[in-house]
Design a protein around this ligand. Structure first.
Ligand SMILES: [Zn+2]
Length: 317
């Protein structure tokens, strides 16, 4: 039996999934990310997990058909990572490093949002479409474009980075990327909290969140669901920024479907409604843009995408 591993490497956890060569998830688990020594321990840890899982399940390393890794940052075609802030990597290639640990292993690496998009395209909300973009709303806003089953990562690895296109030229605070007025400054969980604090600071709103020192994007969505005017306004502004960004992207590559995932999207329909409200205002050349829907694979999107990348690299898909 041949197996594939999908590995989703994050700044706090490494998620690992073992799949049959037909793509059936056999097992999944997670380990903490060890960021010491400039992130140099991460890939040896991935190799150790694969070795120990294989030996514990009577799988020889020859039966490991491929490993697909998701990295939280831009990745070049051959797996090269110039800078990955979250993993403390600089000029690092996780593919060749894994091959040093497990000689002869077939491996590939991709940006994590691109991998999650690949997962949703083949096994989730995007099944049956020809072109799709996944937008992940978490601490930051990520995106991945899939056309005809292929990840479009671009010449410099930044294609689909919808979080860092400018929609608010009147903004004066800086995004963590250095630009001003990025979608990320609004539609990320951090962005939502930032805008809600501004709204509450204006003194124009009564809100249950006024009594709290700290609140999360989840608290804001819940208050909006309960009809709180400040929280509703916050969603309108924040998801409106994303809606505007999606309409801009639609004019660039006209996808069949947008899929919204990530922690913030767990609020459900209320998020999609707020995005659509602004999104639909920007289409004049056509009647309607791509459909917008919620992701379905949740936290498994990355490892599933990883297994598909591994299968493609191994020539199985
Ligand atoms: Zn930015």
């Amino acid at each position: 039996m041949k197996v594939l591993f999908g590995v989703d490497i994050g700044g706090t956890q490494i998620k690992i999934g073992c799949f049959s060569e037909k793509g059936i998830l056999l097992d999944k688990w997670a380990v903490d990310t060890d960021l010491s020594e400039g992130g140099r321990r991460i890939i040896p840890a991935v190799a150790a997990e694969i070795r120990s899982y294989a030996s514990g399940h009577q799988i020889s390393l020859k039966e490991v058909a491929g490993v697909g890794m998701g990295i939280p940052g831009p990745v070049d075609g051959d797996g090269y990572v110039k800078v990955c802030v979250n993993l403390h990597w600089r000029e690092f290639n996780p593919v060749t490093e894994l091959q040093k640990e497990i000689p002869g292993i077939c491996a590939a690496a991709e940006n994590d949002a691109n991998l999650a998009a690949l997962g949703e395209y083949y096994c989730g909300a995007g099944k049956g479409t020809s072109s799709m973009m996944l937008v992940t709303l978490g601490t930051g806003v990520g995106g991945g474009i899939i056309i005809g089953g292929n990840i479009i990562s671009g010449a410099h690895g930044i294609a689909g980075e919808i979080g860092h296109i400018t929609t608010h030229i009147e903004e004066y605070e800086k995004c963590n990327c250095g630009n001003i007025g990025c979608v990320d400054q609004f539609a990320s969980a951090t962005g939502m909290v930032r805008i809600m604090k501004k709204l509450l600071g204006s003194g124009e709103f009564e809100s249950p969140l006024l009594a709290k020192n700290d609140f999360s994007a989840k608290d804001i969505s819940e208050c909006a669901e309960d009809g709180d005017p400040a929280a509703k306004k916050c969603l309108e502004i924040c998801m409106g920024a994303l809606g505007e960004g999606l309409s801009a992207f639609a004019h660039a590559f006209d996808p069949e479907l947008y899929v919204i995932g990530g922690g913030v999207s767990k609020a459900g329909r209320i998020i999609i409604d707020a995005i659509e409200k602004e999104y639909e205002k920007h289409f004049f050349l056509i009647e309607k843009g791509a459909k917008i829907t919620l992701a379905v694979l949740g936290n498994d999107a990355g490892i599933i995408g990883g297994s598909i990348l591994a299968a493609k690299q191994a020539g199985l898909a």
